[in-house]
Design a protein around this ligand. Structure first.
Ligand code: UDX
Ligand code: UDX
Length: 463
């Protein structure tokens, strides 16, 4: 089958960029991205292409090229489903906040809703592709719902997990390490796999397109994220030991990273990993392992999360201890709120937890992040339900100017590794702060010598 019409349900950080690149690279395929969220769709359609709701370097150019040609954004989900031969499901699968598996299992209610909607609307055969990261065997849920419609319409379910990292989404999509497609080993399944392979083959070399059975594909995504997160937690565990022994974690990372068996990537010690995937996917893995009675396996992976929580708390603790054991009414300026640079995504960002801890110590927090809006910061804090909305509003003030954010501050905490922070006028910042002026560099971003020469008391992770 030759695909000429694609629909994607979910215009988020995964669905949006992925579909934009498919549309750019396959001008003969019509790509319709739909979402329940009207505001989000309106932003994707904004005449000013810099207003698109997701910040990713290079993305607005791709959208500018393809939008209106063969890339469309809409809230008309039913019609898009009806028209498409191939439907990506890219809705969010947050960790459950209620009931069985609370705090661990993935909440599949949106996935199920999508499946039911597809089942209700479809009048011709469809290939349904899981793009969201899902616990192993979710395809079975989709299959069950789709096969019992009684309409005679045939569905093939594929798993095609997305490996893009935020901040580098466009590059990752243009030149992926691999594209993974899982499907049934039946002749119909193989045909469906081939149809999706042909879409990617428009720009991805054949030896980078991997096909497997559905379950291997689903589990590979969880495994990839668990391995990556584990590396960050491992180097962060060493960072604490470095601080006690006089070793420098950057030097240790460089030394072990040159071992080709270990490799240099994902060895940057930090205030802790964040993002929508690592924690959620590991908790998922832990939950699946537990449900099979594999307690040692579950504990092994859970430790990655425990270490990450420890790292965030430890960073906050260091701030309090260094500021003479009290931060009450002291102004602490956060540089960065996003979970990493080059994105406006704040899900599970370490900054949220560090702020929460410091607010409990009655500190006054000022935030400067080049891409995150004040409303998002308040939302993130309110979501924790630690204190009232008013208390969060009073405790945290946002600034659009980094210099204003630092005036009269006792300390600066670097929470996101935005490149722009490095080239600020640090002398000017120093002059406007209370003395002694502290920097707690949670990303090992700034030049240690330069900061000390200016007069800052500078502390980084793992040194
Ligand atoms: C999500 C998951 O978090 C991730 O695990 C998965 O790999 C891909 O999907 P992301 O794209 O970053 O990642 O999520 P988000 O930015 O929240 O986008 C999901 C979109 O789906 C939202 O815009 C939401 O409005 C939309 N949605 C959700 C629907 O259109 N219909 C629904 O029923 C539910
Ligand atoms: C991750 C995976 O990389 C991607 O393949 C998957 O599809 C989704 O999850 P993402 O969450 O966008 O992508 O960001 P990533 O670059 O992996 O960073 C995750 C977190 O780990 C960030 O908070 C980052 O700052 C932190 N990190 C990463 C470190 O602290 N040190 C490192 O060396 C690398």
């Amino acid at each position: 089958m030759k695909i000429t019409n694609i629909c994607c349900i979910g215009a988020g950080y995964v669905g949006g960029p992925t579909m934009a690149i498919i549309a750019q690279k396959c001008p003969n395929i019509k790509v319709m991205v739909v979402d329940l969220n009207q505001e989000r769709i309106a932003l994707w359609n904004d005449a000013d292409v810099t207003k698109i709701p997701i910040y990713e370097p290079g993305l607005s150019d791709v959208v500018a090229e393809a939008r209106g040609r063969n890339l469309f954004f809409s809230t008309e989900v039913d019609r898009a489903i009806e028209d498409a031969q191939l439907i990506f499901i890219s809705v969010n699968t947050p960790t459950k906040t209620y009931g069985l598996g609370k705090g661990m299992a993935a909440d599949l209610k949106y996935i199920e809703l999508c499946a039911r909607q597809i089942a209700r609307v479809a009048t011709s055969d469809k290939i349904v592709v899981e793009k969201s990261t899902l616990p192993v065997r979710t395809a079975e849920v989709l299959k069950n719902i789709l096969e019992h419609t009684g309409s005679g319409v045939k569905f093939q379910i594929l798993s095609n997990p997305e490996f893009l990292a935020e901040g580098t989404a466009v590059q990752d999509l243009l030149q992926p390490d691999r594209v993974l497609i899982g499907g049934d080993t039946t002749p119909e399944g193989e045909k469906a796999i081939q149809a999706l392979v042909d879409v990617y083959a428009n720009w991805v070399p054949n030896d980078r397109i991997l096909t497997t059975n559905v379950w291997s594909s689903e589990l590979s995504k969880l495994t990839a994220n668990a391995f990556l997160a584990q590396r960050v937690s491992s180097i962060n565990a060493m960072s604490e030991l470095c601080e006690k022994t006089g070793a420098d974690v950057n030097e240790v990372a460089r030394a072990i990273g040159m071992d080709s068996r270990i490799g240099s990537k994902f060895l940057k010690s930090s205030v802790g990993f964040g993002g929508s995937c690592f924690q959620k996917d590991i908790l998922n893995l832990v939950y699946i392992a537990k449900s099979y009675g594999l307690n040692e396996v579950a504990d092994y992976w859970e430790q990655v999360i425990i270490m990450n929580d420890h790292q965030k708390r430890r960073f906050a603790n260091t701030i309090v201890q260094t500021l003479y054991n009290t931060v009450s009414d002291k102004k602490i300026t956060f540089f960065g709120w996003a979970f990493k640079k080059d994105t406006n995504d704040t899900r599970e960002s370490a900054a949220i937890y560090v702020a929460d801890y410091l607010l409990n110590e009655q500190s006054k927090i000022a935030v400067y992040d080049p891409q995150v809006k004040e409303s998002q910061i308040q939302k993130d804090l309110n979501y924790l339900e630690t204190r009232s909305l008013e208390a969060n509003k009073k405790g945290v003030t946002c600034f659009e100017d980094p210099y204003l954010a630092c005036q009269e501050a006792h300390a600066i905490a670097v929470l996101t590794e935005w490149d722009a922070f490095k080239s600020l006028d640090w002398q000017r910042i120093y002059d406007s702060m209370k003395k002694p002026a502290f920097i707690f560099d949670g990303r090992n971003l700034l030049d240690e010598k330069k900061m000390r020469d200016i007069g800052f008391v500078y502390q980084a992770i793992g040194k």
